[in-house]
Design a protein around this ligand. Structure first.
Ligand code: ZN
Length: 240
């Protein structure tokens, strides 16, 4: 893999597609300034855009990921970490899904929860990255010349640039995302990043951004829906 010059390795996204952090987005901790947190988070975003090639996984990226982000564990060292997360397209898709499903817990004055939340928010705009197909060209080292071109079919490329939105379908005992029909938390979620509910289901939410509410199975008044999620409008189309 190191035999292929960096500029010939296929990318996952055009440079700077993912929204960068600024120091104003970050709270300093005792050990890291706001700028240090923003810079480190932005290096992770660039690494993702560049295709998450293990040859590009520096010790600096390793320290950021293994010490600060998404409850990652050390996996011995940077090479062990790269072996687990950046070897195959499936590994890479799993790395993104792991990030999307992690909970960004803790006071940002003590943790990197502010950086984690930002990464989740900008990665949610690109749900295709959670699929191995988004990374399948990242392994190729035998197609010089065209390696930098995206290889997904046009409709998959469109998924990368089009934000997926969904309605929060609220029922008596469960809340479901209208995009993937899987359960989601009702409160405090602006995107479908986790699958939870009375019976938590392992795996990730689809990343869709919730733009409205509606009743899931039984009629619920618009006033009640508004009471449950005052931040979201009630969907005006009838429930299918
Ligand atoms: Zn969903």
């Amino acid at each position: 893999m190191t035999a292929v010059p960096a500029r010939h390795r296929p990318r996952a996204l055009p440079a700077r597609t993912l929204t960068r952090l600024t120091p104003a987005d970050c709270t300093p901790t005792q050990w890291a300034t706001a700028k240090a947190k923003a810079d480190a988070g932005n290096r992770v975003l660039a690494f993702i855009e560049n295709g998450m090639h293990s040859a590009d996984f520096t010790n600096d990226l390793y320290r950021t990921c293994s010490q600060h982000l998404f409850s990652h564990i050390a996996l011995h060292d940077q090479h062990g970490f790269a072996d687990v997360w950046f070897t195959t397209p499936t590994d890479k898709a799993n790395f993104i899904r792991h990030a999307m499903n992690a909970r960004c817990l803790g006071d940002p004055a003590w943790t990197w929860s502010d950086v984690e939340q930002h990464l989740q928010d900008t990665l949610a705009d690109h749900p295709a990255l959670q699929q191995p197909s988004a990374w399948s060209m990242s392994q190729s080292s035998t197609t010089p010349g065209c390696a930098a071109l995206p290889t997904e079919p046009n409709d998959a490329t469109e998924t990368v640039v089009t934000e997926v939105t969904a309605t929060l379908l609220i029922g008596d005992s469960t809340t479901v995302c209208s995009n993937c029909k899987k359960p989601t938390l009702l409160y405090g979620v602006s995107r479908h990043t986790d699958i939870s509910g009375r019976k938590p289901i392992p795996g990730g939410g689809c990343g869709a951004r919730f733009v409205s509410t509606d009743a899931l199975d039984r009629p619920i008044s618009a006033a009640r829906l508004k009471e449950l999620r005052p931040d979201l409008p009630v969907r005006d189309t009838p429930n299918p």
